[in-house]
Design a protein around this ligand. Sequence first.
Ligand code: GUN
Length: 292
Amino acid sequence: MSARIIDGKAIAQHLRETIAADVARIAARHGAQPGLAVVLVGNDPASEVYVGSKARQTVAVGMRSFEHRLPADVPETELLALVEQLNRDDAVDGILVQLPLPAHIDTNRVIEAVDPGKDVDGFHPVNAGRLMIGLPGLVACTPLGSLLLLQSVHADFSGLSAVILGRSNIVGKPVAQLLLQQNATVTIAHSRTRDLPGLCRTADIVVAAVGRPELVRGDWIKPGATVIDVGINRLPPAAGEAKGRLVGDVAFEEAKSVAGAITPVPGGVGPMTIACLLRNTLQAFKARRGID
Ligand code: GUN
């Protein structure tokens, strides 16, 4: 049997259409428009691509997009001053500082400088803490996107076991919190976990977020399980290829023949991240302005 392929591209498009309709309704009724500011430090090629897509999709759903580009050697104080300025700017509802930042900048200091009400990345300790104790807040985009994909397969997570591979603050830990809130029984595994394949084989849901190309093999998957692959890894180019293939953290072809449902790479979790960023921007806008 071959798994159902979870179409992240289509689900993300549907989410963007819902957001665009709500933005249009609010513009007509209140004459107000959400605004998202993206800050890019340096010119990392992958970050350039993400920032370009974010700006395009922001405008496409009817929001204002503000882009701030700073040189790679910008002093930390200058970046913090820009964040402060965006915190005060009433036209800005969401602030995203593209990561990774250059090594001379303290990433945590920058994250903590963002107004939690405008923290559409959900990285600020206030939002991470609110998620942990079950209060409403802004939730990190990739975890939120992963949950929405899982909800396209499962109406109810009670009694289901989930194994999360990876314990990062931006994916593993928040995904675990979201699934726990949905009544799943959650295990977070990582590089020091004993018998990762054996543990994975117990899971009804596997979320792979470790950044290791095709680490998870087909025989790690319980028959019928749902597999969410958060990894985006570029393999070295094979002979005759200009660029290497993009693969996830899961060996897709192997896992597909065992799983019940699985996300592809690309076209799975990736498209959901920006759609959830727009969702968070709309949420922040509504909360800041008391609009429903
Ligand atoms: N770099 C890669 N993914 C992300 C993300 O979701 N947010 C930010 N700020 N930077 C990133």
